[in-house]
Write a protein that binds this ligand. Structure first.
Ligand code: NAP
Length: 265
């Protein structure tokens, strides 16, 4: 991991040079890959997650590699903790330029259907996957408005654009993330804040590992995904880096599919 950072530094990649970025869900999977890619591109990081041990270790590793990174344990389902996360970024670095609002949970093992979907699972899914993004946006926007703008990427999903049987809470929350993303883009575009979403397809991470390891699932993915394979977390992180960077300066309110072509069918 750190060798990769040094290699990229030597090759002069600095798309996010000196930008201060918050990444939620940074201790694992797509968020962790995002932390590594944002760091490679020169961003100064505030990493957030429920998993303090893994998050602190990641931040320490990045600092050891000469990168600026702090970790703050944050439950994105708690508005006050999201406010404190943004406050920590501003206190430590003096500003906030970018955010990758990525923390999320899945509802597996999949319940039988909407009629039987557990009420407590619905509440938890909306609290983390939708309200968690709203809370982060609320305080991030306030900070970005004070310093003249910024760029935000929210992690949605293919489940934010089509219905998927058996996971109504996840699907509803991710559709909500898409709607929030577009609304923020419309509201704040004129004030130099861009807000986009990345919509991953089937990506192998600790969240999905147990399901994706099944031969049956791999066979299904090979047929339903035009790329004929499951994706990697780094392939989502690359989209987030690009969308946060100035190279995407006219991209606002977009839902960037990174799904091997799944939604194109
Ligand atoms: P992951 O490996 O489980 O990583 C998610 C991270 O978010 C974990 O470290 C988790 O901590 C943390 N987290 C969970 N609830 C949180 C909360 N309330 N506050 C702060 N952090 C919290 O999963 P992933 O696959 O990388 O997923 C990242 C995002 O991508 C999610 O929004 C997910 O819905 C989305 N996504 C994933 C896929 C896929 O195929 N993997 C596809 C489409 C979209 P704990 O481990 O301690 O819970």
């Amino acid at each position: 991991m750190l060798a990769a950072i040094i290699t990229c530094e030597e090759s002069g990649m600095d798309e996010l040079r000196e930008k201060v970025a918050i990444i939620t869900g940074a201790a694992s999977g797509i968020g962790r890959a995002g932390a590594l890619r944002f760091a490679e591109e020169g961003a100064r990081l505030v990493l957030a997650d429920l998993d303090a041990e893994a998050g602190e270790a990641l931040a320490a590793g990045l600092r050891a590699a000469g990168r600026a990174a702090i970790f703050q344990r944050t439950d994105v389902a708690q508005a006050a903790q999201c406010e404190a996360l943004v406050a920590a970024a501003v206190a430590h670095y003096g500003r906030l330029d970018c955010a990758f609002n990525n923390a999320g949970i899945s509802d597996g093992p999949v319940p039988p259907g909407t009629a039987d979907y557990p009420l407590e699972l619905w509440d938890r899914m909306i609290a983390v996957n939708l309200s968690g993004v709203f809370y982060c946006l609320r305080y991030q926007l306030r900070a970005m408005l004070k310093t003249g703008g910024g760029s935000i990427v929210n992690t949605a999903s293919i489940a934010g654009q089509v219905g998927l049987a058996g996971i109504p809470g996840y699907v509803a929350a991710k559709h909500g993330v898409v709607g929030l993303t577009r609304t923020v883009a419309v509201e704040y575009g004129a004030r130099n804040i861009r807000c986009n979403a990345v919509a991953p397809g089937f990506i192998e991470t600790p969240m999905t590992k147990s399901v994706f390891e099944l031969q049956q699932f791999r066979e299904m993915a090979a047929v339903t995904v035009p790329a004929a394979r499951i994706g990697r977390a780094a392939e989502i992180a690359d989209v987030a880096v690009w969308a946060c960077s100035d190279r995407a300066s006219y991209v606002n309110g977009a839902v960037l599919a990174a799904d091997g072509g799944y939604l194109a069918r």
